[in-house]
Design a protein. Structure first.
Length: 311
């Protein structure tokens, strides 16, 4: 890790944080599934062009080759849970809640990942720290949306639950990918995943397409930026960091994402946040730190810098 890695991590946090802003602008004039499908189409084309420039190609597919069939089956499952469901649910939710609140609720993904991994993997079980992180994270969610749960008919409540459901979907995809897609070329895997994610999402977009008027250039530009920068370029930055650093370091972007999204929302959409929102964000971030073990990493790093004895 060096200053360049830290800079790229910050840029990645700014890019992913801006995605919630772009979604908010796009979904104001386009159906949620259309936003998701357009995002995936643009990102897919960008990554396929990058692959072509690097002389890479998608994995082969043969009906007679069980190995290739299993690979594409696994990619299809990850694409559905990692791209199709969240890329529809988050825009749907942002019709009724602010982009800032959506980003904070979406930040619960690592907490749900720990829950899913405990029950569906053999090497990632609960520890005291993880349980504490889960409880803190859920308490943060209660602080954020607890009062709204008294009436599930409210569109705001439904929007909040939709974003939380997208976090659960991301957690399922992450756990499944860890188990079934290790050892694959990252850029190739991303290209294949986005391709299948687009194919999964396209029918939903066609079935729900309705435009009261032609979208403005602001909405079209926001969705274009969401696909090209917020998805395509962000994937390249993410995998570039992952190759050069530990997964723990790269996971720090989880803390940057809601913070940068809140700043984008406040600066460009004039979204205001109450004290309860900041308290919920703080609890979720501490919960993420506990489930990821980054608290211990930070303590050991500080100890090494200060010359403390390590056990």
């Amino acid at each position: 890790m060096n200053l360049l890695d830290l800079f790229v991590l910050l840029i990645l946090g700014l890019i992913w944080g801006s995605s919630f802003l772009f979604i908010k602008v796009g979904v104001a004039e386009m159906p949620p599934a259309t936003v998701g499908a357009a995002r995936l189409a643009i990102a897919m084309l960008f990554l396929l062009l990058v692959m072509r420039a690097r002389r890479l190609s998608l994995p082969g597919l043969s009906l007679k080759d069980s190995k290739s069939l299993r690979l594409w089956r696994d990619i299809a499952i990850v694409a559905f849970f990692n791209n199709t469901i969240p890329f529809i649910l988050i825009p749907w939710g942002e019709q009724y809640i602010t982009s800032s609140l959506a980003s904070i609720l979406n930040a619960t993904m690592p907490i749900f990942t720990v829950l899913v991994a405990h029950f569906f993997t053999s090497d990632d079980h609960f520890t005291l720290g993880k349980v504490g992180g889960i409880l803190l994270g859920f308490f943060g969610v209660i602080v954020l949306i607890g009062p709204d749960l008294s009436d599930l008919r409210q569109t705001r409540t439904q929007g909040e639950l939709a974003v939380i459901a997208s976090s659960i979907s991301y957690a399922i995809a992450t756990t499944y990918a860890r188990k079934h897609l290790r050892g694959q070329q990252p850029v190739v895997l991303a290209g294949a995943q986005l391709t299948l994610g687009f194919l999964w999402t396209l029918p939903f977009a066609l079935l729900t397409a309705h435009f009261a008027a032609v979208p403005s250039w602001q909405a079209v530009g926001a969705v274009g930026a969401l696909g090209l920068v917020g998805t395509g370029v962000a994937y390249l930055f993410y995998y570039w960091l992952l190759v050069r650093n530990s997964a723990t370091f790269v996971s720090l972007v989880t803390y940057l994402l809601p913070v940068t999204a809140v700043l984008w929302g406040a600066a460009l959409l004039q979204e205001s946040l109450g004290a309860g929102t900041f308290l919920g964000l703080a609890l979720i971030c501490v919960g993420i730190a506990l489930v990821n073990g980054t608290v211990g990493v930070a303590v050991r790093w500080a100890g090494a810098r200060l010359g403390w004895e390590q056990p």
